[in-house]
Ligand binder design. Structure first.
Ligand code: PEP
Length: 249
């Protein structure tokens, strides 16, 4: 089964209107991309980004609330993201799990809400350094998948991002064998739970210090269908060569 590759950028809490020029540069550099491109800017830029970019670049949120509306000051619902022009949302990023104490159950209810609104979800899983050193990586990933991903997903609306916490923003990257082991495990778990159709069509991204200099070797690893990129997605001059590496993977 061929899965269309996905290069996803997570701008986190970075970017004001001046940074929209980076999207313009990205669109000009990839008028007919050979992979899907997704940029998740801060919520304040979603509507303008969605209006500014041509169709070949999708725009996503970085989180959503599990409820449609209500007294939740500062939160944003999945419907609001969709209304602003987003087609995707990242859920369960380790920074949300840590900073906002989001549990697997919280992530799962957000995924349910996002899918009900018609968004596609990028669900993040990943182990801490302590968990890896204790040889618990696959148990942690398996538990996060079971707890965070609801039964209602399809291969079209679910993307799983494997992001070892210790590799995010640190410049440290797992070995290619370590990445392959986790991606193969995630694929096997998806197939076991959802069947071969959904399991084989769901894209699995690697995230954690991906940059132009290591993208090609990471994209050659089995079951790596693209990347979720933080720091190196902020500038078109960094993200564009990562996209190019994915297009030729
Ligand atoms: C991320 O935050 O999802 C991420 C992978 O960050 P970075 O690429 O900066 O490590």
């Amino acid at each position: 089964m061929t899965r269309r590759k996905l290069a996803a950028g997570n701008w986190k809490m970075n970017g004001t209107s001046a940074n929209l020029a980076e999207l313009d540069a990205l669109a000009k550099a990839h008028p007919t991309p050979g992979c899907d491109i997704l940029i998740c800017p801060p919520a304040t830029l979603i509507a303008r980004a969605a209006q500014a970019v041509p169709d070949q670049i999708a725009i996503g949120g970085q989180d959503c609330h599990q409820n449609e509306t209500g007294a939740h000051t500062g939160d944003i619902s999945a419907q609001m993201l969709l209304d602003a022009g987003a087609s995707h949302v990242i859920l369960g990023h380790s920074e949300r799990r840590e900073d906002h104490e989001e549990s697997d159950a919280d992530v799962r209810s957000k995924v349910v809400a996002a899918l009900a609104a018609g968004l596609k979800v990028v669900v993040c899983v990943g182990e801490s350094l302590t968990e890896r050193e204790a040889n618990n990586t696959l148990d942690i990933i398996g538990g996060q998948m079971a707890g965070s991903i609801p039964d209602v997903v399809t291969g079209e609306n679910l993307v799983v991002a494997y992001e070892p916490i210790w590799a995010i923003g640190t410049g440290k990257v797992p070995t290619l064998d370590q990445i392959g082991d986790v991606h193969d495990f995630i694929r096997a778990r998806l197939e076991r739970r959802f069947g071969v159709g959904v399991g084989r069509s769901t894209r699995i991204l690697y995230g954690g210090s991906v940059k132009p200099s290591n993208a090609t070797e990471i994209f050659a690893v089995s079951n790596v269908d693209g990347a979720l990129v933080g720091g190196a997605s902020l500038k078109a001059s960094d993200f564009s060569p990562i996209i190019a590496a994915l297009e030729s993977a």
